[in-house]
Structure formats: C-alpha cells, structure tokens
Design a binder for this molecule. Sequence first.
Ligand SMILES: Cc1cc2nc3c(=O)[nH]c(=O)nc-3n(C[C@H](O)[C@H](O)[C@H](O)COP(=O)(O)OP(=O)(O)OC[C@H]3O[C@@H](n4cnc5c(N)ncnc54)[C@H](O)[C@@H]3O)c2cc1C
Length: 417
Amino acid sequence: MKRAHVIGAGLSGLSSALQLLDRGYEISLYEAAGEAGGRCRSFHDVALDCLIDNGNHLLLSGNSSAMAFLDRVGARGELIGPPEARLNFVDLRDGARWTFRPNRGALPWWIFSPSRRVAGTTPGDYWPARKLLKAQAGDLFSDLLPTSGILYERFWEPMVVGALNIAPERAAAVLLKPVLLETFAKGADACRPLIAKEGLGLTFVTPALKVLDEAGTQISYATRLKGFDVSDNKISSLSFGSDSISVAPEDVVVLAVPQWVACKVLPGYAGPEEAEPIVNAHFRLPEPLEGHETDPVLGVIGGMAQWIFTRGDVVSVTISAAGKEAELGGQAIAAEVWRDVAAALDLGTMSLPKWRIIKERRATFVQTPDEVSRRLPAKTAFSNLALAGDWTDTKLPATIEGSIRSGEMAAKVLAGS
Ligand SMILES: Cc1cc2nc3c(=O)[nH]c(=O)nc-3n(C[C@H](O)[C@H](O)[C@H](O)COP(=O)(O)OP(=O)(O)OC[C@H]3O[C@@H](n4cnc5c(N)ncnc54)[C@H](O)[C@@H]3O)c2cc1C
C-alpha cells in the first residue's frame, strides 16, 4: 500500500494528510511538538484556569477550503457566528458604533444603505475599491487606495491588518484580490464571520486527528525532521536525528512546516524570510458576559485592541501587525487593552481581571510584495515531495484558509489530481 509521510501537524499538514487519505494513501504524520495544531491551537492556561486559544482566529463563511475541511471531519457545527453576515464595530475615538452588513447576492447595494455600510462613509467612498481587483504583483495597498479618510480608518485598515497581518502601507495588494473575490464579491452568504465555539483545538485539530486515527494513521509527536536522503531524484529516507525512516519508491512526502524549517532541510531553497508578530490578550472575567452569544466578535478602531472575541467569561483580544506591542511588557499591554475592552464592551469601571498575554512573534510571514514573491510552489524538484504551509504560493494570505488550501495543493501535486 502506498504511504504518505506528512511532516508537521499544523493545519496544512492535517489538511494534506486528510486529502491524501482520501486518495488512498496510508498516512504517517510526524510532529516536532508534543501536540498537533501548530499556530492554531488551544491549551489549558494555568493562570486563567480555562481553555484558551493561542490567538483569536476569525474565518468567513466564504473560506471554502476551511469549510470543506470542517465538513470532512464533521466539525462545521463547532463554528459560531451571527445568523447573517454582520460585524459590529466601535470607534473608541468618538464612541461611534455601527454594524457592517453586506447584502445577499453579488450586487453590493449595501453601500447605498446607511444602516449597512460603515458609519460616516458615503457610497462614493467605496468606488475606488475596484482597483484592488486589478492589483499586480508589486503593488502595495497604498499604491491603489488612500491610506487616510474615514473608510480607510474604519474598514480598509482593520481589514488589511486583520487579513494580512501587516500595515496597509507595506501590504501586498495582490493578496486582497482573492479575499474580495471569494468573500465580499459573493455577497452575504460568503461573509458571515465565524469563530471556534469552544476553541481551535476542538474545532480543527481534535476532529481531524480523530478521522486520521480511525483510518489507522501513525502519529508521532516530539519527532523533529532533521533532513532527507535522496536517491533518483526522490526522497528515499527521512532523518529524525537518531532515527531514520525509509521512504518506499511509491511513497510520497509532504513537508508542512514553517518556511524557516523547510528552507533549512531543503538546501538551495529560499522562501519568505521575515515574520510579523500577533499579540493576544486573554481576560477571565468574574462571570460570563451575557448578550454576545450570536455576535461574539467586535471590531475596534482607535485603540490598541483591534478585535474582541467574547465567549462566556473569557474575553480575548487580537493585536495584529504587533511589532511595537510585542516589545512591551505583559502588564502594560494588559492594562492598555483592558481600558479598550472596558470602553468597547461598556463594562464601566470593572477592574483589570486575571489576564494572559500571548506573543506569537512569528505569527505569519511578512506579506509585503517582496516577501510574497519569495513564496515557493507546492511542487519541488523531487518527484515525491511537495511543500505545504501558509507561506507557500497559494495566492491567498497566510491564514487558516491559505494553510488548508496549501494542503489540498500539495496532495494534488503528489497524487496527480
Ligand atoms: C496569533 C495568531 C492569530 C491568527 N489569526 C488568524 C485569523 O484570525 N484567521 C486566520 O485564518 N488565520 C489566522 N492566523 C494564521 C493561522 O494560524 C496560520 O496561517 C495557520 O495556523 C498556519 O498553519 P500551517 O500548518 O501552515 O503552519 P504551522 O501551524 O506553523 O504548522 C507547522 C507545524 O510543523 C511543526 N514542525 C516545525 N518543524 C518541524 C520539524 N522539523 N519536524 C516536524 N514538525 C515540525 C510545527 O511544530 C507545527 O506544528 C493566526 C495566526 C496566529 C499565530
């Protein structure tokens, strides 16, 4: 029986493993850490005494590869969000609140409706956005759209920073094109904001591992790939330090590890080099906050906090493109973000509750035009090896959707369809 050796059990590795399982391969999965999930994981936090995610992750219902992955592992029901496409925002500078509500269907008439579009904007503000659909490889967001004005501050800046984890002045505009085409251009059905109900682990990781386990997958944790042997232009064995595993001629290998690991074990390969941090602040409140069950996500303008996720008594806050913030101490971040949270969620003078700051220093590769041009394709020079990972050339931003799509692409390269 042919076997697929998948290195790395983040979402791209899990996605490739499921794809190759469905194409008739037996799977061996090797993960350097003691658990699966990579940058998309949950854990029990001792300080807060509850389950938290390493960071808030927002999906849109138009993320078709992510939805197909969840359907495959029977976990689509683990996502929660409003019944329709709507996202609440607050601007802390003037207290303005609004709900962004795109309409169903491809014709975006919501821009003519003051109750659906961004507060303080006019329909004419949206027209220049068409330039993003013509973005070329070298274009920055700021080459195509203004980086000032109310629509920028209240829509484009949070969207670009949220989706690409980089300031719009440095962002590769070409990555926004597929995002717009696969979500906003399809109307409300593709724009429902969704988050993990109980956490990323229970939504993406545990159900995928269950499917793989039931199919007899061998999963090895604390198993770090150090290098390969090559024979006849094929990977012939995998080296894990003192252990080595032979790869039969009919077997395939997916390298689903971060770029700095892939380029180290693959001499002569060079991918994106720089990484951008994301900081998350988690707060455990004395009691659950009512009223956020159907709209758990709030976009915040004008503060350090950018997105607030409220789930029961846990409030989690994202700060993307957080190069500056990642240099601050935990107490300083917690205090400032809590001020934003208290104002945004109308918590009055509630004092700073128990908190935990998580700095993911290498959250994504830096999505500038230069670094995007360094992304590597799934196909390699070795006929039985493919690359996967959010940093590979999926044409999508480095996101859950991108990493799951990369797993699909790697499987197609290796299985031929
Ligand atoms: C804080 C944060 C917030 C985010 N927010 C969002 C969001 O809101 N929406 C969204 O869609 N995306 C978001 N992302 C991005 C998303 O998490 C990533 O794109 C995705 O998880 C990347 O998956 P991956 O499999 O490509 O890489 P990884 O998750 O990095 O997986 C790679 C795996 O390989 C393993 N590994 C490394 N070296 C070796 C080795 N030598 N041998 C064996 N195994 C090895 C690692 O331990 C890891 O498990 C966020 C990321 C972070 C960090």
